[in-house]
Write a protein that binds this ligand. Sequence first.
Ligand SMILES: C[S@@+](CC[C@H](N)C(=O)[O-])C[C@H]1O[C@@H](n2cnc3c(N)ncnc32)[C@H](O)[C@@H]1O
Length: 296
Amino acid sequence: MNVGSDHRWKECRAARGHDFIVESAAPASSPSRTPAAKSGGGLLTGPLPRGTVAADAGPLKAMPPPGQGIDYEGHWDRYAGDWRELHPDKAHIGDEWEGVEAGAAQSLAEYTALIESRFIAPFVRKDHAVLEIGVGGGRTAELLLAHCDRLVCADISARMLQATRARLGEERVRYVKLDGITLDGIPPASVDVCFCYDTMVHLEPRDIFNYLSRIPALLKGDRFCIFHHTDILGEAGWRVFLRDWRRHLQGRHGTAFSVMTAAIMERFLRHLGYRVLVKDDESVPRDCVWICQGPA
Ligand SMILES: C[S@@+](CC[C@H](N)C(=O)[O-])C[C@H]1O[C@@H](n2cnc3c(N)ncnc32)[C@H](O)[C@@H]1O
């Protein structure tokens, strides 16, 4: 999918002023560089215990002023609002994401068949409750609903949720508007599967890590997770990076592809205690898809 280049470029927030909170790093010889000083926010050294999240965080080094981070919500709302005008020939938001640029398919039908056969059918059962994070116009949600018992559609964009609701209705489906940080609104231990496809490809690594750290608390039963992100160290991902980088200096459009790699994801998953069942970097050559089980 190539949202960034398809979409009209109305808001380029170049040269934003960021406030910086400077962490005073201890000198190399200081005892605060030792692992024992980690929880106090000194420089981090040595391996961190698996699953550590809060204690990793330390002080913020660069924090954009409120409202000036990556505007995922505003830009995806705008995408949904402009969509009909831009794609008068399509039935649903998402019909334009055909997997051609990703090297996965030559048509929408081929792409959805691939998603369903490789990433949904083998893992999602008729008795499962499934959470999809980033539902867009319901393209993958519709496939999931055909395989599961109940579906929670979560998204940062209210307009995307509206589009999915218009497509799928209310029966067996719940809709949750996300705030981009928490996964509030989804009860703990309520879903057997967490599916996040064509969404992490647009999230910065820290935002991905944040969601990965919160998902395990929502899981029960099989605890299956399907995560799909970009891999700019693969040839196809690298081409997209080279095409896009100039447009996203000093901040970037909310719909842009993120700078992510399979090695970073592997580290995130290992640190947080996910059990990797499949690492697939072939089905969607630009990207990487992981099938895992979330930690209990
Ligand atoms: C390209 S669409 C993918 C939709 C769907 N999964 C599919 O494959 O058709 C990406 C979706 O992710 C949502 N999104 C973007 N950033 C998000 C975030 N930080 N948290 C949750 N959803 C987000 C967008 O609003 C959009 O609906």
